[in-house]
Design a binder for this molecule. Sequence first.
Ligand code: ADE
Ligand code: ZN
Length: 336
Amino acid sequence: MTDLIRALPKTELHVHIEGTLEPEMMFRLAARNGYELPFSTVEEVRAAYRFTELQDFLDIYYRGAAVLQTPEDFYDLMTAYLRRAADDGVRHAEIFFDPQTHTARGVGFEVFMTGFREAIADAGSTPSASLILCFLRHLSGEAAAATLRAAEGHLDGVVGVGLDSSERGRPPRLFEEAFVLARSLGLHAVAHAGEEGPAEYVTGALDVLGVERIDHGVRSLEDPELVARLVRDHVPLTVCPLSNVALRVIPNLADHPLGVMMDAGLLVSVNSDDPAYFGGYVADNYRSVAESLGFDDARLLTLARNSVVSSFLDEGEKKTLIAELESVHPEGTRAS
Ligand code: ADE
Ligand code: ZN
């Protein structure tokens, strides 16, 4: 099964580059930059990765990101992720980054964008990669719009905007201005919604922010009318099973509604979210759900196909990847 999972051409559409910072790299960059971490060993860091909810994780995650200071740091981070992704059979990645996590520390756009861009260029097309600039939802809507204005001039390689961080009590409408601006710049739009927040935040992200894809969206299942709309409009949901369990959105993998979502006709893909924190990269996520939910090869193929269909690649690129996917497994794939 692992061989098939690796062999399937797939995309990854929900991965936060700051969430790929492995503890070993955290220590290496801290030493390189003379930054003092509140941990003394890798084991201590890993032991701290026991979360009871999203906020627990975010607190530690933003602290870890402070070791990222120079273009070389961002280059190393991106390069390591792209290598891992290539090993997992990822052919194209649309990668989130959180500018406000860095600008708040005095690390400017030119620093991180230079590192990201050079790493993506050096990886060639294995995998191809584009960037999605995320606004931090615990900060204000004004700060989000100001961040996008500051980003103009640095948007080479950026295909869209997203919305992440603490969801509860932070409805999508707070970020309308930033998303209107993003769409006027020709950027795609996605948003985290229905992870810890209610199904109505998924509706709000679609109606108010005009997003084309929902990140997570597992709580959409609480609203049958919303599910019918997502199915009818083929709205992609980027689901992250290991993340959902690590952040206690879902009690355990055997209870994960991924199969229910597929059976309902939702266009779901499998992604890693913050692999350094949640115990696995994208192929680990495929393997974990396949084992826990008893998925057969046809289901895995459907997930890989959905990941291609849900991407911002152009139609010709999607067709090429799907043809390749079908040649890996001649039985072909079922629609979503
Ligand atoms: N930022 C990084 N990972 C996230 C998640 N799972 N939810 C919201 N914001 C995030
Ligand atoms: Zn996420």
